[in-house]
Ligand binder design. Sequence first.
Ligand code: COI
Length: 355
Amino acid sequence: TAQAASALQENEPMIRHEEYAADIDWNNLGFGLRQTDYMYKSKCTKNNTFEQGQLVNYGNLELSPAAGVLNYGQGLFEGTKAVRGEDGRLLLFRPDQNAIRMQIGAERMCMQSPSIEQFVDAVKQTALANKRWIPPPGKGSLYIRPLLIGTGPILGLSPAHEYTFLVYASPVGNYFKEGTAPLNLYVNNEFHRTTRGGAGGVKSITNYAPVLKPLLRAKEQGFSDVVYLDSVHKKYIEEVSSCNIFIVKGDVISTPSTVGTILEGITRKSIIDIARDLGYKVEERLVAVDELMEADEVFTTGTAVTVATVGSITYNGRRVAYRTGDGLVSQNLFKRLVGIQVGKVEDKYNWIVDI
Ligand code: COI
């Protein structure tokens, strides 16, 4: 009927075809949320499979107050980026790895998860539908945020009976307000991010709100972010609120091994591969805070932060400064990674996905 046809048209968003969104300062993006046009949505109910998802207009969700995610934190998120290459190609970086990580996280949090194919397709659809928000080459990226949340109502503590897989996106530039200037990090030995047997190794939403308090305190004192120590010995570095951490001493690069308390960062493992191929020795092991203080160089990695050079660390009232400037290992790795991501450096790993 005409009524049904017009209802369909209302639900079916029109993809906008202009090349770039207007009224946006591409030179000063930062990492704030900018509302884009569309998001992807798919639900999974009792039969344990996700329905075919669809793009809908970006907007608020309607949720039961008893939704599992609201009451018991049953939720996971992911982060990946779409960039515009200089040749105009639209490129994603290893979205299959985000899909796999979501599946592993979903198993830990007793949730159903979308297939790798559906996840990657959803990321592509979201990037394409919001193409006018993908910054010009070299100005930043479209940060894509897949979410998997328990939307079914549940009162007693148990898994929800309905899950929603959502993907939204926002154009971003540098994560830290410092831009690309070296970060000043603070080692907190009072608060811990997670502990053995917890969910620190997966991208559960429950890992992030508990670090807000130490993070805000550190920011009030002028630090960029916080380094957390292991909760048992209070001796080994684990990760930073928003990223993984690496130290360089001589020609050896070391990073804490992923033993369930540390997020298995996709940038982390890509940097390990790139560093080894560039001839560095890379060790994944326990890294004591004392070694951090004695390192030649320190850097952090993450999808949002990419590779960020650390200029100083403050721990127990002592501040150490690291070498910065030209010739840094972190800058060498950063250039190689970003070169691959934007299609300028040969992608021998097959990490890049054309949309
Ligand atoms: C990312 O790097 O994509 C993350 O999910 C970290 C987040 C704190 C922005």
